[in-house]
Design a protein around this ligand. Structure first.
Ligand SMILES: *Cc1c(COP(=O)(O)O)cnc(C)c1O
Length: 241
């Protein structure tokens, strides 16, 4: 069965409302203002028409993981003037130019080399490119992110690149096996706590106002631990093929 545009739009609007109310409830439970938390709708692998439908339902911030896909979708949807693109994936230095052109925030900077390359590619922008540093909390060699003991040096380096603006930290907790009786996402809590304490150890919210953590399964826990941005794909756009 193929859904009409209207049906797709209504379903996306309902899912967005549902995710937003999960965020708001978690914020209130922990004594936080729900307005401090930005929802990044992760649209990777989904068609531009889904992004446009979510936009019509009021969503403005979207996250993409692949430079080529971001370049294509942002061109297709260029008529939606106040739509904001965040790049949340691992970025190869040779793709930095596509991202620096259209993204308002890059979530996963994890090396001086990548920071330098992004900084060089901001030529057409009138404002600095905002970036977050991804921290590797799982210590798995295969994953992205800077090691906690190298974080300080990378933060100072980025502050020395005049075309970049350091905004905060990001993490992707490693997959932890879930106990069937556990609260969803509870296994991710120690990682969110760790990112927050690293933020506190490196200048706090004055220097690093943004904490990007929490996805479909662990967004409540992330908000309880201080997330100011949650990156949610599946709960909004459905499972990826
Ligand atoms: C895909 C992705 C997400 C969204 O994950 P869901 O579980 O679908 O909500 C968030 N952050 C990053 C870095 C991703 O790659």
């Amino acid at each position: 069965m193929t859904l009409s545009d209207d049906e797709v739009g209504q379903r996306l609007a309902a899912r967005l409302r549902d995710v937003r109310s999960r965020i708001d409830a978690a914020a209130r439970r922990s004594g936080r203002d729900p307005d401090e938390i930005t929802l990044v709708a992760v649209s990777k692998t989904k068609p531009a028409s889904d992004v446009e439908a979510a936009y019509r339902a009021g969503q403005r911030v979207f996250g993409e993981n692949y430079a080529q896909e971001l370049a294509e979708k942002s061109a297709t949807l260029a008529h939606l003037g106040d739509l904001e693109w965040h790049f949340i994936g691992r970025l190869q230095t040779n793709k930095a130019k596509y991202v620096a052109r259209v993204a308002t925030l890059v979530h996963a900077v994890d090396s001086m080399r990548l920071a330098d390359e992004l900084g060089k590619r901001t030529g057409e922008r009138t404002t600095p490119l905002s970036v977050l540093v991804e921290v590797n909390l799982g210590d798995e060699a295969s994953k992205g992110g800077v090691r906690a003991d190298e974080l300080g040096a990378l933060l100072r380096h980025i502050e020395g690149v005049s075309s970049l603006r350091l905004r905060g930290l990001m993490c992707i907790p490693p997959h932890v096996s879930h106990d069937a009786s556990a609260v969803p996402g509870e296994a991710a809590r120690p990682f969110h706590q760790r990112l927050r304490s690293l933020r506190d150890a490196h200048g706090g919210a004055t220097r690093l106002p943004v904490l990007s953590m929490g996805m479909t399964d662990d967004l409540e826990v992330a908000v309880e631990e201080g997330a100011t941005m949650v990156r949610v794909g599946t709960a909004i756009f459905g499972a990826r093929g």
